[in-house]
Ligand binder design. Structure first.
Ligand code: FAD
Length: 305
C-alpha cells in the first residue's frame, strides 16, 4: 500500500510542489542524486571512476509539456557528452523520451534524440534509452530500434522491465537482434493485467530473462541491488562462459555503494547510474517507494523539525 501511495505521489503535481519546497527532502534527495549542476555530476563521476566504477549519467527530468523546454534538455545532454569526452570519463549517458518531448510529439522527440545521438556517436559514447511506464513501452522500443539502426548499433541501448508480462516475448526478439539491454525489475505503478503484482513473480521473471539473454549475441546490463539477482547473473554468466567484458552489473548512485566496489574489485564491469539536475522529485519518490526504511528516516526528519 505504502509503495503504491508513494508511486502515486511521484506523479502528483500538488505533492511535488509541497515536497520540493522542503529543505529536508532536498537534503535527503542528495543521497540518491549527484547534485543539481553539470559540474556536480562530473565530479561525482570522476570520484566513481577513480574507485574503478563505470558511470551512466542521467540529466533528471520527464514528462516535458512545452516544445521550447526540450531545447535546454538537448543542450544539456550535448554539453554533458562534450565534458565526458574532454575529461576522458568512463561514462555513458541515459535519457528518458518524455524528457525529450515524447508527450508533445514523436517527431519532436526523435529530432531531439538524433541531435544527442549525433554528438554521442562522434565522441563514441553509448546512450541508453530508459524505460518509463507502460503507455510508453511500445513507442520506446520502436524509437530504440529506429535509432540503433540509424546510429552505431552498439552505441544505443534500451531497458526491459521484468515486472511486465510482455517482457519475455520482447527479450526473445531483442536477443535475436543482438540488442544492448539493461534489465531492471521496473519502478512504476502498473495494473495487474500488465505487470506481475507479486515480488516473487517479478524476481523469478528477472532471473528467467537474464538466464535466457546472457548466452545470446546481445549485451546485457544486470541492473539490480538484489543479491539474489546478482548471484543469478554471476552463475548464468559462468555457465555461458561469458568473459567479463560481455556483460555488466549496474546499480543506482548512493545505493549499496560497498557492494558496487566489491563487484568491481572482483573483476566485473560495474556501472553506477548517476542522476543530476533540478528535477529530482519523481526520481526521489520512486527510490523512497522501493525501500520503506528510507521513508521512515524521511518522516522522522519531518517530525523532529
Ligand atoms: C542502473 C539502473 C537503471 C534503472 N533504470 C530503470 C528504467 O529505465 N526503468 C525502470 O522502470 N526502472 C529502472 N530502474 C529501477 C528498477 O526498476 C528498480 O525499481 C530498482 O532497481 C529497485 O529494484 P532492485 O532490483 O534493486 O530490487 P529490490 O527488490 O527493489 O531491492 C533489493 C534490495 O536492494 C536494496 N535497495 C533497493 N532499492 C533501494 C533504495 N531505493 N534504497 C536503498 N536500498 C535499496 C535493498 O537492500 C533491497 O532489499 C533502474 C535501476 C538501476 C539499478
Amino acid at each position: 500500500m505504502l509503495r503504491l501511495f508513494l508511486l502515486y505521489l511521484s506523479r502528483a503535481g500538488w505533492a511535488r510542489g509541497l515536497i520540493t519546497r522542503w529543505g529536508v527532502a532536498r537534503r535527503m534527495a542528495r543521497r540518491f542524486v549527484a547534485g543539481e549542476t553539470l559540474d556536480d555530476a562530473i565530479s561525482a563521476s570522476q570520484a566513481l571512476n577513480q574507485r574503478g566504477l563505470l558511470v551512466t549519467l542521467d540529466y533528471l527530468g520527464e514528462s516535458v509539456a512545452r516544445a521550447e523546454d526540450t531545447v535546454a534538455v538537448v543542450d544539456m545532454y550535448r554539453a554533458l557528452l562534450d565534458r565526458i569526452q574532454q575529461q576522458g570519463l568512463k561514462a555513458s549517458v541515459s535519457l528518458k523520451l518524455t524528457h525529450l518531448g515524447l508527450d508533445i510529439s514523436e517527431e519532436l522527440c526523435q529530432t531531439n534524440l538524433r541531435h544527442i545521438l549525433t554528438t554521442a556517436k562522434a565522441h563514441g559514447i553509448p546512450v541508453t534509452i530508459d524505460m518509463e511506464n507502460t503507455p510508453y513501452t511500445d513507442v520506446t522500443l520502436r524509437i530504440y530500434r529506429t535509432m540503433r539502426d540509424e546510429y552505431d548499433f552498439s552505441n544505443v541501448g534500451t531497458v526491459i522491465q521484468s515486472y511486465l508480462r510482455r517482457s519475455e516475448a520482447d527479450m526473445q526478439a531483442l536477443a535475436a537482434e543482438g540488442a544492448h539491454i539493461r534489465l531492471v525489475k521496473g519502478a512504476y505503478l502498473e495494473p495487474a493485467e500488465l505487470a506481475f503484482p507479486d515480488k516473487a513473480e517479478v524476481d523469478a521473471s528477472f532471473i528467467r530473462l537474464l538466464r535466457d539473454y546472457l548466452p545470446s549475441s546481445g549485451y546485457l546490463c544486470i541492473a539490480s541491488h538484489d543479491e539474489q539477482m546478482i548471484a543469478a547473473g554471476q552463475s548464468a554468466a559462468k555457465a555461458a562462459a561469458l568473459p567479463p567484458e560481455r556483460f555488466e552489473f549496474q546499480m543506482l548512485y548512493g545505493i549499496r555503494t560497498t557492494r558496487q566496489e566489491e563487484l568491481a574489485k572482483a573483476g566485473y564491469q560495474m556501472r553506477v547510474y548517476v542522476p543530476f539536475g533540478e528535477a529530482w522529485y519523481p526520481y526521489f519518490m520512486r527510490r523512497l517507494a522501493e525501500r520503506p526504511a528510507n521513508l521512515w528516516f524521511f518522516t522522522k526528519s519531518f517530525f523532529s523539525r
